[in-house]
Design a protein around this ligand. Structure first.
Ligand code: BES
Ligand code: ZN
Ligand code: ZN
Length: 489
């Protein structure tokens, strides 16, 4: 499986001769706009031309200007110049730059005249994230890729570090997006696990893949049962990054439903079409551990990706079946489309055995979360206010939408079963929190935990926006890397 290759960005104090596209900024209010970056090229005349062509300082506005000194110029609105704005501004402009490379590979330089390392990092991230594109699966040869990305900024150790951190983070996000975008006839548990293992091994991360036989033998009843209907057998992937001197141990658990048809509770056609994205939680946690390792953060991370395909067949699990989960708890299956929580529960129990300091799980778990929060915000549900705050503050740094939803003991009552320890779903109301409450039953006692329901933002059904492409978004990867950054030590 060919994965998108994210170019590494390099820091350069001046625009190099090799750059054939130069991105500069436009800032200021309506009456007093000014070009930012571009040194001597950014003349009054260039500003006048830019305005004539419709350039303005609004984020999202990116206009191509006539060539100057053999370089194509793109001017992009910088808004208020915050990290969030610069990330988007660089993303939009980079996407425009990519479209300019017809035959020759594009070397793009981004110059916003920056010195602050945080802004340098946001700009570099935006450019590398904006360049991401899923290459059509085609017999024809694909277009030449972007050759290189230069970030023009004052040269110092700290700005260099910022650019290399951005390269690591962008690789992590783009790899997650790519996995989400690969169709389910290419990406299924076996190939997904192999692809993630290959990326992890390159970074020295320890890899363990449990196949269906091992899962069955060890009693992973949730994963095995959900995966039973498909010819593509389930996998549980365990990755471990344990740098010397790490004191905090973070466990990540992700839902890797490579396709969710709803099983015997078959989804309607319009609800099923995008369900190749149902492994988005696994893609996010895997992307995050790869990013954390690339950045060399001083934190131990174990990552579990629970992979299966949910399809109807004569071997598929039925509504009202009783499953015995890893660890021994029994579950009555209320609806075969509520499969995510079953594969997650097994992986959460397994993650708990490692005795981490915190468990964060991430899943495209409920339609209810999308109805409640829309496509920008993912839901955060937690048994610990401090953990919720830590996640929300990391999300703020990353510029990703996360919103806390409340937990309440009444959800436990709604999951009562007459035939098993617990039912997989109960009340129709509060579906996102009910699902979180189900997962909570599988945690070790007193385990600080947060559940991230990314069902809305994992997939972008509309046009690209800023640094966010259509299709898989990699939502959550940057938040988890920022969280690990804050917890390390
Ligand atoms: N994978 C879906 C949730 C989903 C919906 C993800 C929309 C992305 C976009 C999940 O497995 C599901 O179908 N959940 C059911 C649960 C219900 C049967 C209790 C749902 O939300 O309807
Ligand atoms: Zn489902
Ligand atoms: Zn699902």
């Amino acid at each position: 499986m060919q994965l998108f290759k994210t170019p590494n960005a390099t820091l350069t104090p001046t625009v190099s001769a090799a750059a054939n596209v130069l991105i500069i900024g436009l800032s200021g209010c309506e009456t007093e706009q000014k070009l930012v970056g571009g040194a001597a090229l950014a003349t009054e005349q260039l500003l006048a031309t830019a305005k004539e062509l419709g350039a303005c300082s609004k984020v999202g506005n990116a206009v191509q200007l006539p060539q100057v000194e053999g370089k194509k110029i793109i001017v992009t609105g910088l808004g208020e110049g915050t990290a969030c704005d610069l990330r988007k501004a660089a993303g939009v402009a980079a996407r425009k730059a990519r479209s300019l490379g017809k035959d020759e590979a594009v070397t793009v330089a981004v110059d916003f005249n920056l010195t602050d390392p945080a802004l340098v990092q946001a700009t570099a991230e935006g450019a590398l994230l904006g360049l991401y594109e899923f290459a059509k699966i085609s017999g024809e040869e694909t277009k030449a890729p972007i050759a290189a990305v230069e970030i023009v900024a004052a040269e110092a150790e700290i700005t260099k570090l910022a650019v290399s951190a951005a390269s690591g983070v962008a690789y992590a996000v783009n790899v997650a997006r790519e996995w989400v975008n690969i169709p389910a006839n290419y990406l299924y548990p076996e190939t997904f696990a192999a692809s993630a293992a290959a990326e992890a091994e390159q970074l020295g991360i320890k890899v363990e893949i449990m196949d269906e036989k091992e899962l069955e033998a060890k009693g992973f009843g949730g994963i095995v049962t959900v995966g039973r209907g498909s010819e593509h057998k389930p996998r549980l992937l365990r990755l471990e990054y344990a740098p010397e001197g790490a004191t905090f141990h973070l466990a990540l658990v992700g839902k890797g439903m490579t396709f969710d048809t709803g099983g015997l509770n078959l989804k309607p056609a319009n609800g099923m079409y995008t369900m190749k994205c149902d492994m988005g939680g696994a893609a996010t946690v895997l992307g995050a551990i790869l990013g954390i390792a690339k950045l060399g953060l001083k934190i131990k991370v174990t990552c579990y990706a629970s992979m299966a395909e949910n399809t109807p067949s004569s071997t598929a699990y039925r509504p009202s079946d009783v499953l015995t989960m890893y660890g021994g708890k029994t579950v009555e299956n209320a609806n075969s489309d509520a499969e995510g929580r079953l594969v997650m529960a097994d992986a959460i129990v397994r993650a708990g055995e490692d005795k981490p300091n915190m468990i964060i799980d991430c899943a495209t778990l409920t339609g209810a979360c999308v109805v409640g929060l829309g496509d920008f915000y993912a839901g955060v549900m937690s048994n610990d206010e401090l953990v919720a705050k830590q996640v929300l503050s990391a999300a703020e740094t990353a510029g990703e939408g996360f919103w806390q939803l409340p937990m309440h003991p009444s959800f436990v009552d709604s999951l009562k079963s007459d035939v098993a320890d617990i039912k997989s779903s109960g009340a129709r109301t509060g579906g996102a929190m009910a699902a979180a409450t189900f997962l909570q039953q599988f945690l070790p006692e007193n385990m600080p935990w947060a559940h991230l329901d990314i069902a809305g933002p994992a997939w972008n059904d509309s046009k690209p926006e800023g640094h966010i492409p259509s299709g898989g978004t990699g939502h959550g990867v940057r938040t988890l890397v920022a969280l690990a950054q804050n917890l390390q030590g």
